[in-house]
Ligand binder design. Structure first.
Ligand code: SF4
Ligand code: SF4
Length: 384
């Protein structure tokens, strides 16, 4: 290479360190804030066990070191133990992201024997009423039992609760429940408004007052509890003035494989227009990562438009999230409208203002719960 030329993205690119295996979109729950695409039920084909085993081997050979088994509910696959065992044998650090439904004592023991390193258990709230309302299932008591099973098997207890307007006022009780269940880590992740959650944005977005109170209470608990539990509080990016460095950069660290084998730089990227993403059935993981058009499109900064193109902060955030740029600005190459330099920033400001208007009726609309029939209906109207 000529020394005067800037390096191409491929020449400085590291491996896909983090493999997210979305093994199924099937899920017994119906969360209103689900992170799966709106059209998740459009195609219900799933990779076979053999396909997944090959993907695990190819990704490991390409340099992946962490493997998250996710979904939907990954325990809906009865070959999960086989996949975990192979991932463990290959040397991955393995993580299961689960609602807890399907994690019986027997399956937990089988997963332990297969070498599973880590489980993240999600709750919707600290009360049975709200947990069961938000997931549209009776799962609260089951989740409590599953928390005990996780502890009994000696896994670190990692609890996740998606935070939003409807449960944020009970943040103290959520933290106390995590402590009572013996969690070592608690992730209080404010809902981000992608995919299914975007359908319910008006009902889910907290007010500034709610958010500030929740952060203050979380900090008080952090001080009081010290090392007993590590609490992460993720602010909704609509309340920021600069976007997040989405996925740590497009095609930089994360490789997601969806149930049907589509390989994506992030789990929502399939919504982006004009991009063909490769499938692990047709292309090996290394070629997907380094050579495919879908993974290369938003690497580097040559795709950027103003204001990002000439912005001194472009290395910090890579222009934010491509999906959010598409959803709010209609252009995946635009600046993420969360940024106050974006010409579309007013759309974020307006959504936040509505959430802060006392008595605003939009917040009281019925939630749209995640459901396969609804997904197919919405997909027929072009929603992704
Ligand atoms: S967010 Fe809820 S509905 Fe969506 S996959 Fe997770 S548990 Fe299932
Ligand atoms: S203009 Fe673009 S690069 Fe600059 S801070 Fe905003 S999103 Fe980031």
């Amino acid at each position: 290479m000529n020394a005067a030329q800037p390096p191409s993205p491929a020449s400085t690119l590291g491996p896909p360190l983090w493999l997210l295996a979305e093994v199924t979109y099937r899920c017994p729950l119906h969360c209103a804030f689900c992170y799966n695409p709106v059209d998740f039920a459009r195609d219900d084909t799933e990779l076979s066990t053999e396909d997944w085993l090959r993907v695990l081997r190819e990704a490991r050979a390409a340099g992946s070191v962490q493997c998250g088994f996710s979904g939907g509910e990954p325990l809906m696959r009865d070959d999960l133990e086989v996949l975990v065992a192979e991932a463990h044998r290959l040397g991955y650090y393995t993580n299961l992201l689960t609602s807890g439904v399907g994690l019986t004592a027997e399956r937990a023991q089988a997963l332990k024997a297969a070498g599973l390193d880590h489980i993240q258990l999600s709750f919707q709230d600290s009360t049975r009423e709200l947990n069961d309302f938000l997931s549209h299932t009776r799962t609260f008591d089951l989740k409590q039992r599953v928390a005990g099973i996780i502890k009994d098997n000696g896994w670190p207890m990692v609890m996740n609760c998606v935070i939003h307007r409807l449960n944020i006022d009970y943040i103290d009780r959520i933290i106390e429940m995590a402590v009572e269940l013996g969690a070592e880590y608690l992730e209080l992740a404010n809902s981000q408004y992608y995919s299914w959650a975007l359908l319910n944005r008006d009902q889910l977005m907290p007010s500034r007052e709610q958010l500030e109170r929740a952060e203050r209470i979380t900090n008080e608990y952090r001080q009081r509890l010290g090392d007993r539990i590590r609490i992460f509080f993720v602010v909704p990016d609509y309340y920021e003035k600069r976007p997040k460095k989405c996925m740590n950069g497009w095609g930089n660290v994360f490789l997601t494989v969806t149930p049907d084998g589509t390989a994506l730089p992030c789990h929502t990227a399939r919504m982006l227009p004009g991009l063909e993403f490769p499938n692990v059935r047709d292309m090996d993981v290394k070629s997907i990562w380094y050579d495919s058009e879908g993974f290369n499109r938003y690497r580097g900064d040559s795709w950027m438009k103003d204001p990002c193109r000439t912005c001194p902060d472009k290395e910090k955030d890579h222009g934010g999230c491509r999906c959010q740029a598409y959803m709010l600005a209609g252009d995946p190459a635009a600046a993420d409208p969360v940024c106050d330099k974006s010409p579309d920033h007013h759309k974020v400001v307006e959504a936040v203002e509505r959430a802060n208007t006392p008595g605003w009726k939009g917040a009281e609309q019925p939630l749209i719960f995640r459901d396969p029939a609804r997904s197919r209906e919405l997909a027929a109207c072009g929603k992704r």
